[in-house]
Design a protein around this ligand. Structure first.
Ligand SMILES: *Cc1c(COP(=O)(O)O)cnc(C)c1O
Length: 357
């Protein structure tokens, strides 16, 4: 399939952010977007790059009523040599196909979408900021567009990619966050859609996050849906706990999003000789370790924040300080390594980094 390119006229182009230190996250969009359509029996068609614009969809579009919507999140980085790099981007598109299968949505051709994504990023490459810690966030999205009321998989879909110039994800930057252990609401149950990046999971998480925010917390740590006993993940990050010399993260049993940063952290730590366990970990073990001082560090991992150190865990009304409320040594080392790889400043021995222009 050919990709038609309609470039924005000069008067359609938006002013670029003047102050890169004020970028924030997810509110500045570039001049172009990629789109393609799908129809059952026909497959994907009409692939094109167009000026960024509002979408027009039927009010009966099935995504709006029954939630067939999936997305991905990855970044393009500008290196010091001014080259543009992607980090494990293919894995995002493969994961999107897993999400599609779970939601009865059509899969995409990974090579084709990679190609379209690179074309779009290069067309809008002037939007990739230069300041340290900034990047271009890439958001591939798919939704059901068939106008129909009645629950069944749709016959028509729209796939698009939009781009956003971003700064640091959290206002605190790399400062440790305070997390609230949620023992009332749940995010996802085994057998549900927790391992898919689909809109409904995030809608389901909002109330707990709002209540935690009112109490002064940045993130919610989810426990398993069946027993509220095992730690799972936080908002949009997988969680790691360093207890004595073991680094522990929850296993991928279906209720957790299989993070690419999570996988990178596991591989890097193993390469450094650490004992890494993907095993069930009870909240009681975490709190017990915090009390006796064997919980050395805790951190979240995800594309947006990379490594987000945890400085406090609050469970059943008790506050537990982690790593003295500071960024731990291992968290910092991992952050430096991953960011170093992403900006092509450190040697990539795993084939994770791709220079695209
Ligand atoms: C996207 C996401 C993550 C992190 O995945 P990465 O591939 O590392 O960005 C973790 N948990 C949830 C719920 C997510 O949506």
């Amino acid at each position: 399939m050919e990709i038609k390119v309609i470039q924005a006229d000069d008067d359609q182009k938006k002013p670029k952010p003047a102050d890169e230190s004020q970028l924030g996250f997810g509110s500045i969009f570039t001049d172009h977007m990629f789109l393609m359509e799908y129809e059952a029996g026909r497959g994907w068609f009409d692939a094109r790059i167009e000026p960024y614009r509002e979408l027009s969809i039927d009010p009966a579009a099935m995504a709006l009523h029954y939630g067939q919507e999936i997305f991905e999140g990855l970044k393009a980085y500008r290196g010091q040599d001014d080259s543009i790099y992607l980090f494990r981007a293919r894995d995002n598109i493969i994961r999107m196909n897993h999400s599609a299968a779970r939601l009865c949505m059509p899969e995409v051709d990974v090579d084709f979408v990679m190609d379209a994504m690179k074309k779009l990023i290069l067309l809008d490459k002037d939007w990739i900021p230069r300041t340290e810690g900034t990047s271009l966030y890439v958001r591939p999205t798919m939704l059901a567009t068939e106008p129909h009321l009645g629950v069944r998989p749709a016959n028509n879909y729209l796939f698009f990619i939009i781009l956003s110039s971003v700064g640091a994800y959290y206002k605190e930057g790399l400062n440790p966050v305070k997390i609230w252990v949620e023992d009332k609401y749940v995010r996802a149950a085994i057998g549900g859609t927790g391992e898919a990046k689909t809109a409904g999971n995030y809608a389901a998480s909002l109330l707990a996050a709002e209540e935690a925010k009112e109490k002064g917390f940045t993130q919610v740590l989810w426990l398993d849906a069946a027993e509220r006993k095992y730690v799972e993940e936080v908002g949009t990050m997988n969680m790691f706990f360093v207890i004595n010399d073991e680094v522990i993260t929850a296993p991928l049993t279906g209720s957790i999003l299989p993070g690419i940063t999570r996988d990178s952290v596991i591989q890097i730590l193993k390469g450094w000789g650490w004992k890494v366990s993907e095993r069930s970990l009870t909240i009681d073990e975490v709190i017990g370790a915090a009390k006796e001082g064997s919980l050395k560090e805790a951190f979240g991992t995800g594309t947006a924040a990379v490594i987000s150190p945890v400085g406090q865990i609050t469970y059943k009304g008790e506050d537990h300080v982690v790593a003295g409320g500071k960024m731990g040594e291992l968290s910092q080392k991992l952050y430096d390594e991953i960011v170093g790889l992403q900006y092509a400043e450190r040697e990539d021995t795993r084939g994770w980094v791709e220079r695209i222009g």
